[in-house]
Design a protein. Structure first.
Lengths: 414, 414
């Protein structure tokens, strides 16, 4: 099974556009048991495209070509595909009708050069694009089956899921279903998680479950990939491994699968009819951003005050800025001012002048929890870590877990 | 002049890492008059690497290989380079001494497998990497000169500027200096800017100045690229064109070159000994984020209040939430509360329930300016546009430009 991807377009080749189409397609294919072996990027240049198609057609069994299906004259994929396959171009009246309908719905006449988008190489099969006017198609060139896809991310991502993955699975006789169980954690580094989870796959039949990681600081994603004839069987195979992962990682797991840290916090607040107000110093306001974006209607997120000086926060809340208990007082003050069930304050100083550099407090009606922390890394890393630690502290409190556990990224106070 | 880039590594090929190294290198090379013609991504697999090197060595004059210079056994670039060039590997004692010194400075002994990083193909020339232990090198394979670079962005970006660009310019006899004059604007779409600037290059000798754009909504970057024997000459050639761009685009230009919108605002406030406080509804707090990040010491950014409900903002500021003048009252209230010279308020409603969907007010000691706007696009686009419009309104006020000009992205009130 040799799968290649050819990305086309001057925008991508010149670096003007970062090639996220490729990384998305390749990652999804790998998750479906369809690893990509080679990627080529070339510009909107006929001889170069021909050469790229020729080389891929000699090496690969399947080739996905991305881009070049647009209506303008620098979109060359159909023409070059026809030339490489040694055939002519023919009009697909059904697709032309679809493009015309697309424009009619929007109250506009189809520009004449869109007709080009309905011209496919003779012998090609249409690959449907329900969300755009660029027509996908497949055709055999040399020993490889080529799949042509549009460059617009929304369009190619949909085509990938609905059309390409099923077709490639069939082409390569992949009968298995793929299932990915995911855990999102904060506070344990990738290498330590790898150690802690050593041998966990052995709770499933040999080779059935594959453990992997994706670190995007401050979060780490732990993945259990499994293949099985049905989704139910896949879930059954992975279940004991997942349970063991939960046991070994314990409180650092913030969320699973499509859950997010923010989502878990919102659910926790909703469950108790609670809400939250925030005061932030030195985080550039990112605790508030995260909660606001997750709760656009303001059901449980009351507000956040964002400032870079302790003095400005103290003035705002009518507190003494030099008070050692400023963080606790601020958490209490925003709670009382808004009438929220939870008040959260975080004070970050990346100048090196304060120890600890991060102070976090969460106030409820009954009591105030405080934690101090010094993180490893430069100012940006400390700030990003402080935001995560603030949200994670609230998550821990709402889910009944210990709030002040020491994390891998922390260093001892000076 | 045929330049290719080969990106290596399973992380990149599998899509786990988005290939920003490639886009950065390609964009910089193009700016230096060194366009890339072909890019290949392959994994950490010896036969595939050999084949990729062989093909590139037949097509190209120069090849940059990125990645694979690390100390682990899946880092194969030196070995494969030697095999492709038909030579053996030899130890470079100077580089080994450098790696040992690197570790010694950090109080650690060099791990034995780092010795591998000082093994280069016979006949290779070292390409210095002052910021890491991976040794860059160049060697001729087939008809092409290959340049091997580390995968760590910081390391390859520095090597690109200090070593690769000068070497490639020399290899291809590029004697010219490249100069890029840039304008950052908000409020005029790329195609209209293109129209408005039609023929502007003609103010320089034929073909001397190339006009280009990079759109990253809500901002648009307009670029004038020029080549000349010296930087002074380049600047002199571009000067009348730049002046004409300023004249034609006028007030939509927010900043030039490395300036930013936030930077222009901070400079404007500093110049008058001013400062600013913000109140935001429905922006998820991003006006405050932008100002806070640009002013980490809180010199002129006092604070921002971030909430998603008008009611919550009104409660915070002791205002009536149903008052039609809420946005003006909020701008005035945050100004008075903080004693800042400028109070800014922005209220965004993407639900479709309000018209206009965006309300902005800026209060100073003397008066309050208000503007309302409806933007084209989905909720996310409206929100991002509202943040930019808020900051841009403040920029316009501080630089003495009209605050309420209609922009391309705006639609008429319902």
């Amino acid at each position: 099974m040799r799968i290649e991807i050819i990305c086309t377009g001057d925008e991508v080749l010149s670096g003007k556009t970062v090639n996220t189409n490729f990384s998305h397609i390749s990652r999804r294919l790998l998750e479906e048991g369809l690893p990509v072996t080679w990627e080529t990027t070339v510009g909107d240049d006929r001889p170069t495209l021909i050469e790229a198609f020729r080389l891929a057609s000699q090496r690969a069994d399947a080739v996905i070509v991305n881009g070049g299906l647009g209506p303008t004259k620098d979109d060359l994929s159909q023409e070059v595909a026809a030339e490489a396959a040694g055939v002519g171009l023919v009009l697909w009246p059904e697709w032309l009708a679809k493009i015309e309908a697309f424009y009619a719905e929007r109250g506009r006449a189809m520009p004449p050069n869109n007709r080009k988008q309905a011209m496919l190489p003779e012998g090609a099969d249409l690959v449907d694009n329900p969300v755009g006017t660029a027509c996908g198609f497949q055709i055999d060139i040399g020993k490889a089956r080529f799949y042509f896809t549009p460059g617009v991310p929304r369009e190619v991502y949909k085509m990938l899921e609905d059309q390409l993955i099923p077709r490639l699975r069939q082409l390569f006789g992949v009968k298995q279903v793929n299932y990915l169980k995911r855990f999102h954690s904060f506070g344990m580094g990738e290498s330590r998680v790898d150690n802690v989870l050593s041998g966990v796959e052995d709770l499933a039949p040999a080779g059935a479950v594959k453990l992997g990681f994706q670190a995007h600081y401050p979060q780490l994603e732990t993945k259990l990939a499994v293949q099985a004839p049905t989704l139910e069987q896949a879930k059954a195979i992975v279940a004991p491994v997942a349970e063991e992962v939960r046991k070994r990682l314990g409180t650092v797991i913030m969320a699973e699968d499509d859950e997010t840290l923010e989502g878990v916090i919102l659910d926790g607040l909703r469950a108790i009819g609670g809400d939250v107000a925030v005061a932030e110093v030195g985080t550039f306001g990112h605790v508030g951003v995260r909660l606001a974006a997750a709760d656009p209607n303001g059901e449980v997120f009351r507000r956040s005050a964002n400032t870079n000086r302790r003095h400005d926060l103290a003035t705002l809340l009518d507190l003494a800025s030099e008070d050692e208990a400023l963080v606790e007082n601020a958490a209490t003050a925003v709670r009382v001012q808004t009438g929220a069930t939870h008040g959260v304050a975080v004070l970050v100083d990346t100048s090196g002048a304060r120890d600890p550099q991060i102070e976090i407090a969460i106030a409820t009606a009954d009591h105030v929890i405080r934690r101090g922390s010094n993180l490893v890394g430069n100012a940006e890393r400390v700030r990003v870590g402080a935001v995560e630690m603030t949200l994670d502290s609230l998550r821990r409190l709402l889910t009944g877990q210990p709030v002040t556990e020491t994390l891998d990224f922390e260093k001892a106070p000076k």
